[in-house]
Write a protein that binds this ligand. Structure first.
Ligand code: AMP
Ligand code: ZN
Ligand code: ZN
Length: 374
């Protein structure tokens, strides 16, 4: 279950009886550390594949691929549904390849044939499909006869993220979104409780990133700072990737000019992006990567009004952390673990589903193995 933009603080600030029940009966992490950029598409696909974006290829919600001479935009269904953008092997493809029936309602990546494989059951994205209907679909799958029933179900809810963008992480809208999601989670746990095979079900609840307040006074209009002639500039959340046709000297000059003129953000050559961001080894990453401070963003124009809340910043910032809760037959109750990186979820899912994981992933089963020992 993916709850877009759900920050761990929300569990402390609001009344969440269903989350509390899940915490008592399973494990909760202090936080789930996303990847860079801490955005919906890169982060979900790292959860799904156990790879950093530089290896799974979804290096932003939007990005350019110089080899293909094409852009990927998560708002374009043709891109979202084109499996050639999506590298690595997501968990549902691992499962399907090993004979397991899988199902997804809107989890990013499940609307594309990746390695020519779809989940057995999936739907094109429809942001207007009510959350209750998404849950109804999950319940229908859970209650299906054994011959049709999926053994891996992925479901996605965006309501908490949308409230966070409109109103900021501390705004009043968050409460009602969190309450609604808590109710859905409670209904899901009740359903599982009624199933004959319910005690065998693992329930994993995650989010792709957190949320931070945007500071409208710390917005950098890119064209006021550097000359964009001969540069393809693609924003991805508050950051920006710059793709250059010219020589390496051009990249260095842009970087230096940018860094001289503002301290609200830092420009890096791709090969100098800080190690902990794992954001170098793909041509889809800009020749120059601009990483703003928390709350600041890089924009094309000062005319458009920025959202009140945003994410996409350095995944080490606690404001960018998501949530991780899990229960299941081999998980002892009331465990509390430290924050960990979301790339470790894929090997954990492979283990509990008794699947052979894809080779050479970034995530490591050892990080979470203790969860399963009881
Ligand atoms: P972000 O801009 O990173 O906050 O992304 C959140 C948005 O991504 C949601 O509000 C949706 O509009 C969009 N989104 C999420 N999942 C999908 C999907 N599977 N296909 C297309 N768009 C999606
Ligand atoms: Zn998101
Ligand atoms: Zn968002």
């Amino acid at each position: 279950v993916s709850l877009d933009g759900f920050h761990p603080d929300y569990l402390n600030r609001f009344d969440t009886p269903a989350f509390d029940q899940l915490t008592r009966t399973g494990v909760i992490a202090d936080g789930l550390i996303p990847v860079f950029p801490s955005l919906t598409f890169p982060s979900h696909y790292s959860i799904a594949t156990g790879l950093y974006p530089e290896r799974h290829g979804i290096v932003g919600n939007r990005f350019h691929d110089p080899t293909r001479s094409e852009d990927f935009n998560y708002r374009d269904q043709d891109d979202v549904q084109d499996g050639t953008w999506w590298k690595g092997e997501p968990i549902w493809v691992t499962a399907e390849r090993q004979g397991m029936v899988t199902a997804s309602i809107f989890f990013p990546g499940t609307q594309a044939a990746i390695k020519n494989i779809y989940p057995t059951y999936w739907r094109p994205y429809d942001s207007r499909l009510p959350n209750t209907e998404r849950l109804e679909q999950v319940i229908e799958w859970l209650r299906a006869p054994a011959s049709e029933r999926p053994h891996l179900i992925m479901v996605y809810f965006s309501i908490v993220d949308s409230a966070g963008h409109r109103d900021g992480p501390n705004g009043p809208e968050i409460r009602s979104a969190v309450t609604a999601v808590d109710r859905l989670l409670g209904q899901l746990m009740d359903t599982i409780g009624q199933l004959r095979y319910g005690p065998n079900v693992y329930l994993v609840v995650t989010s792709d990133h957190g949320m931070a307040a945007v500071d409208p006074k710390r917005q950098v209009v890119i064209s006021n700072i550097i000359n964009l002639d001969g540069v393809r500039a693609i924003p991805t959340g508050p950051s920006m990737n710059l793709y250059l046709k010219g020589d390496a000297g051009h990249s260095r000059r842009l970087r230096d000019t940018f860094n001289r003129r503002t301290n609200l953000a830092t420009a890096f050559l791709r090969q100098e992006v800080p190690d902990h961001l794992h954001y170098r080894a793909s041509q889809r990453i800009g020749d120059v990567v601009i990483l703003p401070e928390e709350g600041a963003s890089i924009r094309f124009s000062s005319q458009s009004v920025p959202p009140v809340g945003m994410h996409g910043w350095d995944p080490n910032l606690t404001s960018m952390h998501g949530i991780f809760l899990m229960r299941g037959p081999t998980i002892s109750p009331s465990q509390h673990i430290q924050a960990f990186e979301n790339i470790h979820i894929y090997p954990l899912l492979a283990q509990i589903l008794e699947l052979d994981p894809a080779a050479e992933i970034d995530g490591q089963i050892d990080v979470l193995r203790t969860l399963l020992e009881h």
